[in-house]
Design a protein around this ligand. Structure first.
Ligand code: ADP
Length: 355
């Protein structure tokens, strides 16, 4: 699995990651190494997302039988649900290599052209955060995706010529947290478009037990399901919490992760029984206490919380919306009655009339 990114992009990624805590994607190189070491490699190891796997298996078998490359695939959904992992699984099942990059690393046309010129027949090119591709890069991708060719310009001034250069047939897998932010022409060039769903507790328990066996952590059945229930339906968070609970079990107990140890450790981390962390609760409390439950604009919320919009929109909001704790309205975000109940807050009489 080749990972391509520029130094500039690494810097940007690091500063972005540093602004995220607890539930955020990979924070450090160590986290990244850990993630790579536990990534499933086959469909059998890839837990959950059964409908998506079923559809993909059929497409994969069909393209293998026809000896063609798989159709371009767009995966969307919140971070940590397994988009990058799935790209690796698909490449592995196809018996081909995967090149991994992200849209912000493809700032200059030559970044993308360089990758497309070296891609081999059948290979998978994975572009993360594909909604952030700039217009020039998108224009380069269109003929690459459609006709497996790229337009190269030679010469200068009046003698400029455009040559259409063929490239090998490859599969582009694009991943995004915001399918709606993709331009129409780019979205239309994907043959398969799929949304990744949040995982249920049983699936997350499997993820946790699988990871525990890889990292040789001892865990009981109810220890795994306790961590699962607080993992916001997200494997990345489940694995992250497992590591923290394992540390707690090592220091405070005999190393075995039981239900009791998991509860004590997660309470200490301030991850509540529904998986909400301090930032989630601060966000909801802010709306309730300062804006009478909302609606309030996302910019105002982010300024008050000191978080960037992307972190709130991509990392925190999807789960709060899924749980029904907040609502998105044209005039901004509101806390729902379920959100009030979860925080133990009383709904004001003015809000009561609005629900
Ligand atoms: P995304 O690309 O959607 O942000 P990743 O593919 O990087 O998410 O997944 C994050 C981590 O979660 C990976 O290290 C992987 O081990 C784990 N993971 C994700 N999906 C699954 C799955 N279906 N089964 C088991 N582990 C998974």
């Amino acid at each position: 699995m080749a990972i391509i990114s520029s130094d500039k992009e690494n810097e940007k990624t690091k500063s972005k990651e540093n602004s995220r805590e607890n539930i955020a994607p990979c924070e450090t190189d160590y986290d990244r190494c850990f993630e790579n070491s536990i990534r499933p490699k086959t469909f059998n190891e890839y837990i959950g997302q059964s409908q998506l796997k079923e559809t993909l298996k059929i497409s994969l078998d069909a393209s293998k039988q026809r000896q063609e490359s798989l159709d371009h695939l767009l995966l969307y959904g919140p971070p940590g649900l397994g988009k990058t992992t799935l790209a690796g699984v698909i490449a592995n099942e196809m018996g081909v290599n995967v090149k991994i990059t992200s849209a912000p690393a493809l700032e200059r046309p030559r970044d993308l052209i360089g990758i497309l010129m070296t891609v081999k027949t059948g290979e998978v090119l994975f572009i993360d955060e594909i909604h952030r591709l700039n217009k020039v890069a998108e224009e380069i991708l269109y003929p690459a995706m459609e006709d497996f060719s790229i337009d190269r310009t030679t010469g200068k001034g009046q003698s400029t010529k455009t040559l259409r250069v063929p490239i090998p047939k490859f599969t582009l897998i694009g991943a995004t947290t915001k399918a709606g932010a993709l331009s129409g022409p780019l979205r239309d060039r994907f043959g398969i478009i799929h949304r990744l769903e949040f995982y249920n507790n049983d699936e997350l328990s499997f993820v946790i037990k699988r990871t525990a066996s890889i990292i040789a952590a001892k865990i009981t059945e109810d220890g795994a399901s306790t961590i699962a229930s607080r993992s916001r339906g997200t494997p990345r968070i489940a694995n992250r919490l497992l590591k923290r609970v394992r540390d707690y079990a090592t220091v405070k107990a005999d190393g075995i992760i039981t239900k009791d140890i998991a509860i004590k450790s997660l309470d200490l981390l301030k991850v509540d029984h529904q998986g909400l962390d301090t930032t989630d609760r601060d966000l909801m409390k802010l709306i309730i206490e300062k804006y009478d439950g909302g609606p309030v604009g996302i910019d105002t919320l982010c300024a008050a919380l000191g978080e960037d919009i992307r972190t709130i929109e991509d990392v925190y909001e999807p789960f709060l919306l899924q749980m029904g704790f907040i609502q998105r309205t044209p005039r901004g975000r509101k806390v729902s009655p379920a959100g009030y109940k979860h925080l133990g807050c009383k709904i004001s009489s003015s809000q009561q009339n609005l629900f």
